[in-house]
Ligand binder design. Structure first.
Ligand SMILES: [Fe+2]
Ligand SMILES: [Fe+2]
Length: 357
């Protein structure tokens, strides 16, 4: 699909705009400016239909497979292990802690960090990969670890190091690789969107990026615990996130909060991890300024899922979400155009559209 098609589809999915209205929108104007195309326009109705049909199929699959587990019993087991201290929390390995120390030291330089990370090839590869994603990419790709580290900067590097612990935590459990990768991909999408939104709505972009990366970290610890303690039928060993959703949904914020309580992250980030879905139901008089970051993560989590980067989600009107109000996103054409440009964060042709970057 052309960029025009993708933007029109994204806009329709986000704001529920009827096909006839889209012709007059700010987005259709910006998409015309972005890429004049020789392709004939695709009728809006058929694009929307194709988009949603794809995700409804995923939802049906989830309802069928989840019956293979006794979720209540598994949730009770997890809660018991948390309470008696036998639940295995994600801890930061010594080599990553040392890398974090180097970054935070007064005498920091990229040479020392590069030398240290030579002993962690998986982490080095991940840093180069992130530096070359659309959100961080420049015209010239970052080919070496040194280039990649310099491009990300110290604070983003710290965030990538924190999040890198998730993969090492499940290392050796091959059947958890697919679900881990999908959670990691979703988390990077939420982090990328959060960083972008932070710049406009009064957040620290690096804090938003870290909160986005870590917001679902509890899920990794839970699926690992379930693999160790529950009897998963062989045919479901490589199951996706949908298979575990009645365990993950009620517990992953709680477990995520416990994990990062042992890490050196700011209280607002810990609160975003432990309440990014709760933000929809917390009583008005309990909402504080500290909850704004949780609202941002809630909003960006929903945007990522609407974009297909995460679990299936029904059609949303983003501007009517409580999290949008808490962030301060008013229903204006400027805000709609800004949100619509989120799509460009994931567009492989972006540096061709913007040669200055
Ligand atoms: Fe979540
Ligand atoms: Fe999420």
């Amino acid at each position: 699909m052309t960029l025009i098609g993708k933007i029109a589809e994204f806009f329709s999915a986000l704001f529920g705009i009827a096909a006839t209205q889209a012709d007059n929108s700010a987005v259709s104007t910006s998409s015309e400016q972005a890429e004049p195309s020789a392709d004939p326009p695709i009728p809006m109705d058929s694009m929307i239909e194709a988009y949603w049909r794809e995700y409804v199929q995923g939802k049906h699959e989830a309802r069928e497979t989840v019956k293979a587990l006794d979720e209540d019993k598994i949730c009770a087991g997890i809660t018991k292990r948390v309470n008696d201290g036998t639940f295995r929390l994600i801890e930061i390995p010594a080599n990553i802690l040392r890398a974090m120390e180097l970054i935070r030291s007064e005498n920091f330089n990229y040479c020392n960090l590069e030398e240290h990370l030579q002993n962690s090839p998986a982490m080095a590869t991940e840093i180069i990969r992130i530096a070359n994603t659309t959100a961080f990419r420049r015209k010239k790709s970052a080919a070496t670890l040194r280039d990649a580290m310099a491009r990300l900067g110290k604070r983003t590097l710290l965030s990538v190091l924190y999040f890198g612990t998730t993969r090492s935590f499940v290392a050796g459990k091959k059947h958890l690789e697919p679900i881990t990768e999908s959670i990691v991909d979703h988390s990077y999408a939420v982090a990328t969107i959060s960083r972008y939104m932070a710049a406009r709505y009064g957040f620290d972009p690096e804090e938003a990026f870290l909160a986005g990366l870590l917001h679902d970290i509890g899920k990794i610890a839970i699926v690992s615990d379930v693999a160790d303690n529950a009897d998963i039928p062989y045919m479901h060993k490589y199951a996706s996130e949908y298979f575990y959703e009645d365990i993950l949904n009620p517990l992953h914020e709680y477990i995520g909060g416990i994990i990062v309580a042992g890490w050196d992250v700011k209280p607002e980030i810990a609160l975003a991890i432990s309440s990014h879905h709760q933000i929809q139901v917390i009583a008005d008089d309990k909402i504080t300024e500290q909850h704004r970051l949780a609202a941002l993560i809630n909003f960006c989590d929903i945007v990522a899922r609407v974009l297909g980067k995460g679990r299936w989600i029904d059609e949303q009107n983003l501007l009517s979400l409580r999290s949008a109000a808490l962030i301060g996103i008013a229903d204006t054409n400027d805000n709609i155009a800004y949100i619509n440009d989120i799509l460009l964060l994931f567009d492989d042709t972006r540096d061709m559209l913007d040669p200055a970057t």
